[in-house]
Design a protein around this ligand. Structure first.
Ligand code: NAD
Length: 504
């Protein structure tokens, strides 16, 4: 039996409960459906087949969930960090125990190749463990004595928070946001992406089995403009952690303005990979290919703009074309598959539209540039050459397995092009000249930069973007900075003179 056949058999077992009962909301410890009875359907991008019905929440369900999160907050806040740590580790254990199910369901729901989803599920567990271990120290502060006061600071959780997540690697991204919120002592209302709702529901079950008290973490499924909007506007929600498109971030900021929400945004990118002629070109090639064609190119940190020095561009692009044409497009549950289908018909149409845009703007389609097969939302891995940095294919986030190659002559021009874009999430620099790498990194407008490396996440480091790529940082203690408030308390150390008003 091929791995694909065996994965499909296992998947059908795992999906059976969702297909028979559907995916509901989970509010205050209970699964429930929308009062209106409204649902929507989740379909697989592989063959457009029905996966399950999903509850379609609105303002009413958001109010119930926000209320539950508000009521559960004092008890969860006042639990010791050590107790929270234990529960979060149990959630991590539950993820590991169900990792195969999570990976297969996620792969089927999103079209992401199983080879990456298996790792993403485990990374979800690591996110929980990382923040679990930090929970006991989350409230720690400083002592800042002055001559008359013993000043101390402490951190307190901000309250119930909204977590709104996108459809690309939805499981891993949900854990990345929810784990630190819970570790900090916040309660959560999670609104997962409507295009990939299945694994959020598995994660919720795991949390319940781990003994998370009712109401601490609530799940409301639904459409962004309805459930998401209502969540951003709800007065009991104190902060919004959002991962998604830059223009949605802008809408969310407006929606949260009346209730003065704190926001944390992880948004889009158009990230440069800059290859100088003194670099280790074989490694640069491997990394450039991996960072744009893995995860179907549906990856915020993808290196979607290749800036290559003109002295090596012909040779580098020739090798690139050969490799891009050899990338295995196929069924996401086949372990051999490197690129699967795009998430949805609308996204498929968006990505495909850039094939014509590239031609109209005068670029060359050096590889791909077409649909792959007749069923499902597959596109061939694509490379545009002869591009300039002002073209739409160089400026807009395509969010598919599509790379735009642009040539530069010297470092100044490379830097100017790298920065001449609205986004600023990541940058990748390939050179063996350390001084140049330092100089370039210092001037590159990006939140995260890797030199002679692909994106290798180290959880204690800050994750986030500048410009239209985001606001705020995740990782390490930065996540707690968002989910917690600094509080100052000053204790008088003696009887200092207090100014007297109205005393004769
Ligand atoms: P999206 O913005 O369309 O949707 C993301 C989430 O927001 C979904 O749950 C959606 O229902 C919800 N939403 C939509 N409109 C809303 C509204 N008005 N109010 C409240 N919620 C609303 O994004 P997407 O298409 O699901 O995801 C792809 C995008 O996410 C890409 O731009 C990608 O770069 C970005 N992304 C960024 C990071 C990062 O770390 N910077 C990580 C992953 C994805």
């Amino acid at each position: 039996m091929s791995d694909l056949t065996s994965n499909l058999e296992k998947l059908s077992g795992y999906l059976e409960p969702f297909q028979s009962t559907g995916v509901s909301h989970h509010i205050n410890g209970k699964n429930l459906w929308s009062k209106s009875g409204d649902t929507f359907q989740s379909v697989s991008p592989v063959d457009e087949s029905f996966i399950c019905d999903v509850a379609k929440g609105g303002a009413e369900e958001i109010a119930l969930a926000s209320n539950a999160a508000k009521n559960a907050f004092p008890e969860w806040r006042d639990l010791t960090g050590t107790e929270r740590k234990k529960i979060l580790h149990k959630i991590a254990d539950g993820i590991v125990a169900r990792a195969e199910e999570i990976a297969l369901c996620e792969s089927w729901d999103t079209g992401q190749p199983i080879r990456f989803m298996a790792k993403a599920a485990i990374r979800g567990a690591e996110n929980f463990r990382f923040f679990a271990d930090r929970a006991p120290a989350a409230r720690d502060g400083q002592s800042l004595p002055s001559p008359t006061l013993m000043n101390v600071t402490t951190r307190v959780p901000i309250g119930p928070v909204a977590v709104i997540t996108p459809w690309n690697t939805p499981f891993m991204l949900s854990t990345w946001k929810i784990a630190p919120a819970l570790a900090a002592g916040c309660t959560v209302v999670h609104k997962p992406a409507e295009l990939s709702p299945v694994t959020a529901s598995i994660l919720m079950e795991i949390a319940k089995d781990a003994g998370l008290p009712d109401g601490v973490w609530n799940l409301v499924n639904g459409i962004g403009e309805e459930a998401g909007k209502a969540l951003c506007e709800h007065p009991d929600i104190k902060a919004i952690a959002f991962v998604g498109e830059s223009r949605t971030g802008s809408q969310i900021m407006k929606q949260g303005a009346d209730t003065l929400k704190r926001v944390h945004f992880e948004l889009g990118g158009k990230n440069p990979v800059v290859v100088f002629d003194d670099a280790d070109l074989d490694r640069a090639l491997d990394a450039a290919i991996f960072m744009i064609y893995s995860l179907n190119g549906e990856r915020c940190t993808s290196s979607s703009r290749l800036l290559v020095q003109d002295t090596i561009a012909d040779a580098f692009e020739a090798k690139l074309i050969e490799r891009v044409n050899a990338i295995k497009v196929g069924h996401p549950l086949d372990p051999a598959t490197e690129v699967g289908p795009l998430i949805h018909t609308a996204h498929f149409n968006k990505v495909s539209s850039y094939f014509d845009i590239a031609k109209t703007d005068g670029a060359t389609i050096a590889a791909g540039g077409a649909r792959d097969g007749d069923v499902g939302y597959f596109v061939k891995p694509t490379l545009f050459t002869n591009a300039t940095n002002d073209m739409r294919i160089a400026q807009e986030e395509i969010f598919g397995p599509v790379l735009t190659s642009i040539r530069f002559t010297d470092e100044d021009q490379a830097l100017q092009m790298a920065n001449d874009v609205n986004y600023g999430l990541t940058g990748y620099i390939w050179t063996n000249d350390l001084t140049r790498a330092l100089r370039f990194s210092d001037k590159l407008e990006a939140g995260m930069i890797w030199v002679n490396s692909e994106n290798v996440r180290h959880l204690p480091t800050p994750f986030g973007g500048v410009k239209a790529s985001g606001i705020g940082r995740d990782g390490g203690d930065w996540s707690f900075e968002f989910y917690m408030e600094q509080k100052h308390i000053g204790f008088a150390t003696g009887s200092h003179t207090i100014p007297k008003l109205g005393k004769l």
